[in-house]
Design a protein around this ligand. Structure first.
Ligand SMILES: O=C(O)[C@H](O)[C@@H](O)[C@H](O)[C@H](O)CO
Ligand SMILES: [Zn+2]
Length: 307
């Protein structure tokens, strides 16, 4: 395995590349075909696409909070809107429901979602918040939308279903329920999409605050955005050790992904909701998109939904 560059050689640069004032930016996904970063602003009900070459942003507004977006095999996107898995057509700005979950829970909505290596769209739910991280507990569940559009439920009793990704050998599923303050792992069966043997691989320290979105890198290590922690932490899931902390000039960091040339850049989303006017003055880039270069590690392309 190739070692990353020694620390003395790396020059990490963190910059805000888009001042978007997202209320709650989330679900960054790199689309190689268009050199673009997709992301959502959950309460603003917007899916955005930032062209890294022209620096322009396009957006599609939907009719309910949109919590994640993913690429779709054969073009277009899928997104979790309210409690629906939807197909998103960028050209005519339409979102067509493929399946609905939590029909008995009127106050629920989807939260983070991502596609697995076999093309299933995983996403979990939560009760709607009255303020950031303030909500009726244990209302969420984790689901996946299979390529044939049927939905499977994995477990319930979730507080805030959040970051998710798969190990490079596809044998482990990593998952975050934010209010557990833990990054968990499950054994993963790629053939069936089944998960088992839940365990914690990392417990957040107090100052790291609330674990939110996450992604894996090409070395199999995890990067976890810490809401209210103003940072992304780099974890070794095998040893359970934190390898590195990246501090950002905004406190409500929500999620991260790799993108850009050869997936050598990291993109980080963040939120403005829940900040008071004084914080907003001190963090004028809150709600923007951050790009981090010089990490000395690459990411992997996102998997497209196969249905
Ligand atoms: O981005 C998300 O995942 C949630 O929808 C947000 O509301 C916050 O992250 C949450 O409040 C912190 O736990
Ligand atoms: Zn999140």
């Amino acid at each position: 395995m190739q070692k990353s560059a020694p620390l003395t050689m790396s020059s990490i640069k963190i910059e805000c590349v888009l001042r978007e004032n997202c209320r709650c930016g989330e679900s960054p996904v790199w689309e190689e075909a268009s050199n673009s970063l997709l992301f959502v602003d959950i309460p603003a009900k917007k899916v955005c696409r930032w062209d890294s070459l022209s620096k322009r942003v396009q957006q599609v507004t939907v009719d309910a909070p949109v919590s994640s977006v993913a690429l779709r095999q054969g073009g277009g996107y899928v997104a979790t809107v309210g409690t629906k898995f939807c197909a998103l057509n960028w050209e005519d700005q339409s979102a067509v429901a493929l399946a609905t979950v939590d029909k008995d829970k009127k106050n629920n909505r989807f939260n983070d979602g991502k596609v697995d290596p076999a093309g299933r769209y995983f996403a979990g739910t939560m009760a709607e918040e009255t303020a950031p991280a303030v909500l009726e507990r244990h209302q969420g569940s984790l689901y996946s939308l299979f390529p044939d559009h049927h939905v499977e439920k994995y477990f319930d009793q979730v507080d805030i279903s959040n970051g998710l990704d798969w190990s490079l050998d596809h044998k482990i599923f990593y998952y975050i329920d934010s209010l557990s303050y833990s990054v968990d792992a499950f054994d993963y069966d790629l053939q069936t999409g089944k998960i088992s043997n839940r365990r914690s691989i990392y417990k957040l320290e107090k100052e790291e605050q609330i674990p939110d979105g996450m992604c894996i890198d090409a070395d199999g290590k995890l990067w976890v955005a810490c809401y209210n922690g103003g940072r992304v932490i780099h974890l070794d899931p095998e040893t359970g050790k934190r390898l590195q902390t990246l501090k950002l000039p905004v406190v409500k960091t929500t999620s991260c992904c790799f993108g850009g040339k050869d997936y050598s850049e990291m993109y980080v989303t963040c939120a403005r909701d829940g900040m008071d006017p004084k914080d907003l003055l001190q963090q004028p880039e809150a709600g923007g998109i951050f790009k981090i270069t010089g990490l000395g590690v690459k990411g992997i392309p996102p998997y497209p939904y196969a249905g």
